[in-house]
Design a protein around this ligand. Structure first.
Ligand code: ADA
Length: 717
């Protein structure tokens, strides 16, 4: 029988010549990973191992990104790829005990994905490390460090079978493979024995794994038996389910239509980086279930097996993927194939997974995207994934601006596009046009929205939210439009919000925040559910609730405000300082012209959610951005007299350009040549608000946005 010994405790960690004791999981960028010059170097972890008999394997579940294993100063293994597990055979070295030294390097390696991406490349031995002691005859680790068991539920002519294929080391003639399938109550549901390493179990009318409704799991116990002695054993979960996607009707699970209501997830946390524990994983999934999602895109890399297990248990459909991202390089193709093979083989048995992602925005680096090897390389990854798993879809997530007729769109079984209309480009209205054109021209393509999102900072607020203002309110407006667009198109099989959580991205500096991407529905510390969280809960969850928006938009100038409420009830009553207002609506309730008086104002909705807004002489100034790295400021509406000297999103481009102060400052920053206002004259009558939305339309968007950024910055300085 195998024995698994967790060795997370008591490692001697060495960084830049300094040594200290640490426990795993450990991330050596936990303190600096949100700064642009975070440490990218080689560190090492050392430990004495006691003498051990039998075969002993070292399982490292994740080390970012290139890892070297040495025993008694001799290098015995090397692994490239920061997110997949890998196993090293210690048998020849451990009989008398040994010194184990694991070096982990998160520098940029030419031949390893990823090199460029919008997230921190957290270094460290950041998942569990264990020793697995086995008999000479055991389920093999040699097949890309999988557990050596591949169980495939197959439905043929209305009958289910479970095809169990194993890879076994030293499988002698006198040994047998035994597979027992147990139901939830531990009753034997099916069983079989074989002298070969494959068994087919007949499974009559199994209870289906049916997503969130009923994620029924069986337990498969695989044993290698010799003379009635169990030499090795592995237990995995099995779920029987069928799914398919129709380009017109969407996603079907077990014959029933199911729109995939998805979020994307990054795993890192404040002060921990990627070195998180089961507690944090479980907390993340609980929040995802709370918002009512039934699907997750586990972007942009292989995640912890524990998290896939949780998704199996809770019935959440998973898109799993490799970090072949942002910038194509033929030099990394071998590594892409290796990471993809590891992902599929190591995660093969999870019923939750329905597709394998082979790339994300691989055309982002325009120069590399022109490389003739790009399409053939992506085709090769697609063929590889299909050869490894015939039962799931291959997929990819394309950059928004990739031509709809790109040959890259014809490679995978299903397709995703990442769209940020209304954040980086155009206005969100453009989404409808883009989607309808796509479906008209490519009606057979099975398309989803693989990403969409907008920044929402819980400390920034606006009565008149505009694109790019980073306010919590604009994030809501953005998502209100997207959810409607998604829901009104049955053919769109799913959508994945970017992102469920704010996450570390060391090179970012915007909205006044350094080192983070703030497009989460929930903050980085998982403590605050932004208003947009409740919008999705209203659309997705059956759990009744009422939520008043604007709780953090606390101190406002006295006056009349529209108060927004999200709820999945059809009728909501809002009580403001004792006065009651009732409204019927669908998910989004807007109570117009609510008087906010001086001092504390008490707002309550159906007794379920109460907030306090303070009426004051002025709105709290901290609700507007002050950092010079943000390109759009949070603007406040002023009275008509004040507006003469104060620009707002309602002001025209002419007013903006004629501002003497702004002009002088921009001149100093950009130089005279860029201050040529001739082309700006064409849009003089346009409101700043509209111009920002449409900036992508002018074909000179970079210049244009640069000018607008500089002007808006200058005016508010
Ligand atoms: C891309 C990318 C993501 C994400 C996003 C953003 O679409 O795939 O990794 O960071 O951009 O927020 O800009």
């Amino acid at each position: 029988m195998r024995k698994i010994i967790n060795i997370n405790k008591d490692w001697l960690f060495k960084k830049n010549g300094e040594e200290r004791e640490v426990n795993l999981p450990h991330c050596f960028n936990a303190k600096d990973g949100l700064t642009p010059d975070y440490m990218r170097t080689k560190c090492s972890y050392k430990k004495e191992l006691p003498p051990m008999k039998n075969n002993v394997f070292l399982l490292i579940e994740g080390a970012n990104s290139v890892c070297q294993v040495a025993v008694n100063s001799k290098i015995i293994n090397y692994h490239k790829g920061g997110y997949s597990a890998f196993v090293t055979d210690l048998t020849p070295y451990i009989k008398n005990g040994c010194t184990l030294e694991i070096s982990v390097d998160n520098s940029d390696f030419e031949e390893v994905y990823p090199s460029r991406a919008d997230f921190t490349f957290w270094g460290g031995l950041y998942r569990n490390v264990s020793l697995i002691q086995t008999d000479k005859c055991h389920f093999s680790f040699s097949d890309f460090s999988s557990n050596g068991v591949y169980a495939t539920p197959i439905k043929k002519n209305d009958k289910w079978i479970l095809d169990v294929k194993c890879v076994i080391e030293n499988f002698s003639d006198s040994a047998k493979l035994r597979c027992v399938l147990l139901d939830k109550e531990s009753n034997i549901y099916a069983m079989g024995e074989s002298e070969k390493s494959e068994i087919i179990l007949e499974c009559e009318n199994p209870v289906l794994w049916n997503g969130r409704e009923n994620p029924y799991l069986y337990t498969l116990q695989c044993e290698i038996v010799q003379n009635n002695i169990i030499l090795d054993n592995i237990s995995i979960k099995v779920g029987f389910r069928e799914f398919y996607i129709d380009s017109e009707k969407g996603f079907f699970l077990n014959g029933k239509h199911l729109k995939l209501k998805g979020v994307c997830r990054h795993q890192d946390r404040e002060e921990m980086g990627n070195g998180i524990t089961e507690k944090e994983h479980a907390e993340d999934l609980d929040l995802i279930l709370d918002v009512g999602a039934n699907s997750i895109r586990l972007a942009h890399y292989q995640q912890n097996q524990f998290f896939y297990d949780l998704c199996d248990e809770k019935g959440v459909l998973v898109w799993a993927e490799v970090p072949v991202i942002s910038s194509f390089s033929p030099d990394k193709q071998d590594n892409a194939k290796q990471q993809l093979t590891e992902l599929v083989k190591q995660s093969y048995n999870h019923p939750a997974i329905f597709c394998w992602g082979i790339e994300n925005e691989i055309t982002q680096n325009k120069k590399n995207a022109k490389n003739k090897a790009l399409v053939p390389c992506m085709k090769e990854l697609d063929a590889l994934v299909k050869s490894l798993d015939e039962t799931r879809y291959s997929t990819c997530a394309q950059l928004s601006i990739l031509d709809q007729d790109s040959p890259l769109n014809k490679i995978t079984d299903i397709l995703g596009y990442n769209h940020y209309f209304g954040w980086y480009d155009f206005g969100f209205e453009y989404l409808n046009k883009w989607l309808d054109n796509f479906h008209r021209d490519y009606p057979d393509t099975k398309l989803c929205l693989s990403e969409y999102g907008a920044e929402g900072l819980v400390n920034l607020h606006s009565v008149f939210p505009v694109q790019g203002d980073y306010s919590e309110e604009y994030q809501c407006v953005f998502h209100e439009n997207y959810i409607k667009a998604v829901n009104s198109r049955d053919w769109l099989w799913g959508s994945f919000i970017w992102n469920m959580f704010d996450f570390g991205s060391a090179n970012r500096h915007e909205g006044g925040v350094i080192g983070k991407n703030n497009k989460g529905l929930v903050t980085y510390d998982r403590k605050t559910k932004k208003d947009s969280f409740w919008l999705y809960k209203a659309f997705w969850s059956d759990e009744e609730f009422t939520h008043i928006c604007g709780e953090r938009f606390k101190t406002r100038k006295t006056g009349k405000y529209d108060i927004k409420v999200y709820s999945n009830k059809s009728e909501v009553t809002l009580e403001v300082n004792g006065e009651r207002f009732t409204q019927n609506a669908d998910k989004i309730f807007v109570f117009k012209d609510i008087e906010i008086k001086n001092g504390e104002n008490y707002l309550s909705a159906g007794g379920e959610h109460s907030i306090v807004i303070i009426g004051a002489g002025e709105t709290d100034k901290s609700y507007s951005i002050t950092s010079e790295n943000s390109f759009v400021r949070n603007w406040e509406r002023k009275s008509d007299e004040e507006i003469v000297n104060y620009l707002s999103p309602e002001s025209t481009i002419k007013e903006l350009v004629s501002s003497e102060d702004a002009h002088i400052m921009v001149k100093g920053k950009l130089g005279n040549d860029k201050l040529n206002k001739t082309w700006l004259k064409l849009i003089y009558p346009m409101k700043i608000k509209t111009a920002l939305k449409l900036s992508g339309l002018f074909g000179m968007s970079k210049n244009y946005q640069e000018l607008l950024k500089e002007y808006t910055y200058a005016i508010h300085k």
